[in-house]
Design a protein around this ligand. Sequence first.
Ligand code: GDP
Ligand code: MN
Length: 381
Amino acid sequence: MKLHEYQSKQLFAQQAIPIPRGRVAMTAAEAKSIAEELRGRVVVKAQVLVGGRGKAGGIRLANSPEEALEIATQILAMQIKGLPVRKVLVDEAANIQAEIYLGVTNDRAARRPVMIASAEGGVEIEEVARTAPSKIARLHVDPLLGLREYQARDLAASIELPREHWRAFIDIARGLYEAYRECDATLAEINPLVITGAGTLLALDGKMVVDDNALFRRPKLAEMRDLDEEAAAESEARKYGLSYVKLDGDIGCMVNGAGLAMATMDVIKLAGGAPANFLDIGGGAGADKVAAALEIILSDKSVRAVLLNVFGGITRCDEVARGILMALQDVPLSVPMVTRLVGTNEEEGRRLLAAKDLPTATTLAEAARLAVAAARQGVAA
Ligand code: GDP
Ligand code: MN
């Protein structure tokens, strides 16, 4: 679960990380009154759960409450990367001397958290990783010991932070690590952490991603979920009890069982393709669930072919086939679909699909090859 900037910053403040004064507003009039309270220059910031809001025009400075009203009106009417802006954060504007990146995330390969810092903050860290990888400092943290003071100091030295800021940086880094740990986060990020004109450090932006599997023991965080802002596909998937994760490729996958779904993604890669998503329709998925899953996959514009892999046990192949046919009545198939159905009632399932000219494969390897070929043809066409 992603948290908004204003929510993340509140959690940071609980760890004594300095943040600008400010509040969130749902309307432009509210934004104006916050600007009046704050006095002086403010920054009006779109609260949407995507990065790069600055570049998209979702972050603007206002010199007066009237200007804040005008800018908030404009920003609240915007869409950023397809997401409508429903809230703005109005913060006291900062005088920025330098922008630093500071984040902590899980390093699964190392089986421990990794703290990441860079003197090249303000831009996305993926961008820095591409263009100036040597400007990124990494430090693994022993989860039993936490982030030690000397480690945070090493990090400050690695990014060549001027020495007068070390004390503040160490406290912020340790606070950020605590926020990450206490929230069962998979990411806690301050970008930018700025050095202000007054010579202090200030967390200007905040981002947190909380592990969904930990929400049961973090009820306060679970309440912070913003259903309005979630990608429609993800809330749809949750509604139907489907596990759906969007990925970067172009082959939509619908599979029963998480293990089989992962294996399917591997075989797609082996065939030279790339999966567009992970989707587990689960055991015993009925027709309506299959229909919902197909709609979710097809709503992703980058999908160029769909691979359906069902190993029928509890899930009956004919049920799955009926689900597909039902879904196709509502959502016409905009891309080719390859199906591999084996197990309980497979003949009946295949017969139902074949009657509608939907190709089926018997092995997963064959299905993956066909799906990759179909996706490529789609690109060429
Ligand atoms: P993002 O684009 O979604 O990452 O949003 P950020 O909150 O990181 O803001 C993007 C950029 O806007 C920052 O890197 C700053 O350069 C600028 N910015 C944000 N807040 C302020 C502010 O208070 N004063 C000034 N001068 N610039 C700001
Ligand atoms: Mn940022």
